[in-house]
Design a protein around this ligand. Structure first.
Ligand SMILES: [Zn+2]
Length: 87
């Protein structure tokens, strides 16, 4: 079970239900899609595996603090976004 996906799905479904109950113009049209999408994510969340830990960069590399590209340790500027790396 992926708890974050279950919570997101439940929240979206409840929001759809709220849209349905309030019967506001325009917003009401989105109540059914929100409920269906919420239930869909909730079901996927129940069967999906829980994600494990955080992602480690390959040895000798670090991630760019701005865009997350793997950079050689000691690189001053990112090749992809041009961001200056903190020392
Ligand atoms: Zn970058």
């Amino acid at each position: 079970m992926r708890s974050s996906l279950v919570v997101t799905g439940a929240f979206t479904a409840v929001m759809g239900l709220l849209f349905y109950i309030l019967e506001l113009p325009f917003v009401f049209e989105w109540s059914l899609p929100f409920m269906l999408a919420g239930l869909f994510f909730l079901l996927i969340g129940v069967f999906a595996k829980e994600s494990v830990g955080h992602v480690e960069p390959p040895p000798g590399y670090s991630f760019c603090v701005f865009c997350g590209t793997a950079l050689l340790i000691g690189t001053k500027k990112c090749d992809k976004c041009g961001g200056r790396q903190p020392v």
